[in-house]
Design a binder for this molecule. Sequence first.
Ligand code: M5T
Ligand code: MG
Length: 612
Amino acid sequence: MTFSIGATGSGMGPGHALERFGSDEVEGRAFNAHVVVRFLAYLRPHWQRMAAAFLLTIIGAALALASPYLLKVAIDGYITGGDAAGLTRIALLMAGTFVGVYLTSAGQQYLLAWVGQRVLTTLRAHLFRHLQILPLGYHDTHIVGVTISRVINDVSVINDLLSQGLVTLISDTLVLGGIIVVMLSMSPRLALVTFSVLPLMLLATFLFARQARVAFRQTRSRIAAVVGDLAEDISGMRVIQAFAQEGATQERFDKVNRANRDAYIAAMSLSFVFLPSVEFLGMLATGVVLWFGGLTVARGELTLGVVVAFLAYVTRFFQPIQELSQLYTTLQAAMAGGERVLGILDTAPEVKDKPAAGEMPPIAGKVELRHVSFSYRGDTRVLHDVNLVIEPGQTVALVGPTGAGKTSIANLIARFYEVTEGAVLIDNVDVHDVTQRSLRRQMGLVPQDPFLFSGTVADNIRFGRPDTPIAEVEEAARLANSHDFITALPDGYNTEILEGGVNLSIGQRQLICIARAVLADPRILILDEATSSVDTMTEALIQDALRRLLAGRTAIVIAHRLSTVRNADAICVVNGGRIVERGRHEELLARDGLYRELYERQFVDIKTEVNN
Ligand code: M5T
Ligand code: MG
């Protein structure tokens, strides 16, 4: 039941927006006990408060049942008899029950909100924790906005059901049962006549429930589509504006937005047709009681008080029925949402530590790929039988045309994905046999797309070790040659980085990422150079920083700069998922193969710059 675009295609353009973001299954079971049991567990820690809420509910229900009965006592016992003192007592008692209803309802609402918000927070925390251990492969195939909608919207309908829903169910069932019993005991005949509208009620409820299931499931997937589209468009706004595609994007958003509106209106109209019909049946029943009861009173077979009490009970009788049917719609939304949320929670972290996985001992730095083959989503292979041995302290450069598989090799060494065949070994230990944490703590990564979090520059540098004192942060920045440009920023190390680092240049972002890696002081460093060209000054700064950073570490550098390549102990030329050439710069140049070709085409401009 997880939502995946894998199966639904990925066409762009307005026509496909719904399929891309919202093509969820709308059929599903009306009641899935498994879903309910799983989420009920979230109420367990709050059972005392829930029990208190239930108690208040029961008291409230009993008080609500009492007032029509008091009406009957007042009329038959005191009004007709002219007993003023008795009437005062009853009136006070009645006022008392109203105060009681008020207090129990306030207390109950407070407790439910208290529990509900905690359940919501816990559930979101669990989801987030799980999202953090899900492999990158999961995030590659799931649209961010749709996942957000799961964490925000679906979780909240589940909570509606758990906290409000359960209590409504209990209290309404109690009130209904209570009214039936009281009516039957006061006048079985009048009670049975009143209940004659019930078959109509059952029919209406049945018709409604059948439609509601699909309608309320639709609302779940449509809102996910809106958030999904919105999130993608906002992050792609630069491209949208650059290509003047605001119109087409607007059209696409309008489409999901309208689909969401229509789904809600469809679901709501069901309620709008159904709820008044319940009300109508209630009035019908009132008429029946008035007419039949009135005749019975005229014949002297029933007291006036009983009829008045009946009239009061009848109006109360249909309210719980309305609420219960609304609860049914909540149930439908929660079932749909619950299945999706469980879909995330039950997605196994693909890159899972073995139960017996030990800690990676302090790494000396040997890296080995043994007959490694790999595909991202079980489809086309992107790496074929890659073999590579890097001795501790060596720097190996990976070069090759775009899409050759260089980043993929780096991804496997950092164990972001599991190899499809073969093995990755660090210090002759299969990375499979140790925990990811113990491994990654000793590895550093400077990604191809330098990612900065919102927060200060200093916080971004100390990301891997948040409690690092500022002096060490500055020291790392100096080593990474970032200190000078950082101090030139408006607030120096305290400069706030805007989302995605847009207030810094790509070169500056990469310098900060290098400082981050310096601070982490890893034994193995993976550096995926940003392809974007930086000016020669920054280029020199980065090179200088790298020289210091790479010293004494094992380094895998995906290189686009000549100087990095030249200084490497070995160069591997990757092409079509294979290592096709390896050797030192001069050897490879002499060989007149792909490296030479790449060198002449790709590096020749830089070479002239370096030589000048
Ligand atoms: C190699 C595919 C991509 C390409 C092949 C990173 C990544 C790659 N791929 C995925 O399907 N998912 C991913 O997350 O794998 O790609 P690469 O390893 O990124 O190539 P590269 O690093 O050599 O290229 P570049 O452009 O960075 O120099 O077919 O579709
Ligand atoms: Mg790459």
